[in-house]
Design a protein around this ligand. Sequence first.
Ligand SMILES: [Zn+2]
Length: 267
Amino acid sequence: MAFTLTEKEGFSWVTSGTLPAKHLFTRRLSGVGEYPYFSNPDPQGEEREVWERVRALWRRFRDAGGFPAEGFCFTHQVHGTLVRRVTAAERRMPPLTPFPPDCDGLITDEPGVPLCVFTADCVPVLFHEPRAGIVCAVHSGWRGTAKDMMGAAVAAVTGLGGRAEDLHAAIGPCISRCCFETGPEVKEAVEALLGADAEGLCPPEEGVPGKYMVDLKETNRRRLLQLGVPAGNIDVSPDCTMSMSDVYWSHRATGGVRGTMASVIML
Ligand SMILES: [Zn+2]
C-alpha cells in the first residue's frame, strides 16, 4: 500500500491505496489553511475579509476535490473520543456559524456525505468498511490516542453493522517519531493503552533525561491490529508534518501560529 500525491488547481493532497472510497489528506499548500470557524454570522471590516477569503478557499477546495455543492460535515474538536453519526442534512460550507457540535470523529453510511477532520501534527485516520458501506474520519492526537480513539472508531463502525475484519484504515501525515519528543506522561499513556504491544514505541531520547520519542502512527496501527483490523488493510503515511513543515502545517514547528490540514472521506 502506498500514498499518492495529487496536485490540482493550486491544491495538493495525498491519498491512500487502501481506501476504496473517495478521500484525501490535504497538504499545507492546499490553501485550506485558515480555520473555518467563525462566531460572528455577520462580520464587518477586516473580519469580513477573512470570512470571505475562507469561504472562497473552501469553494475552490470543494470543486477541485469533486465534493458535493452542499459541502462537508465538520467536527469541533476537543481531544476526546466521541464519534458522531452524521447525515446529508448536516452538510455545510465554511465559514461555520455557529460552530459544529463537539466531537473528534464523524461516521456515516450515506453516500455523498464528506466527513472532514482537522489536524496539524495530530493523527488523522480515515476508515472505510466497503462491505457494509460505512466511512469514518477521526482526529487522534496523543490524548485521543491514549483515550482509545481507535477503539471508539471501530465500535462506531460495528455499531452501524460493519466488521473490524472488513475495515480499511489510512493513518495520514502527522508528527512522527523523529520529532515527537514527549515527557513520561505520553509514554505511560501509550503503555497503558497497548500493554505488551507498546514494546519499542517510546524509547528514551538520547542525551535528554526524562524525554521520550513516541511513535503515534505505530501506536494507532498496533491498536487497530488489537481490535481485529487486518494488517494488510492498514496504510500509514511516511510523512512527518514537523520534518516537512514546508508542505504541512505543524503545530510544534510554528509554535501554534498556523492553519490546519483537512482530511476528508466520502462514500
Ligand atoms: Zn519528523
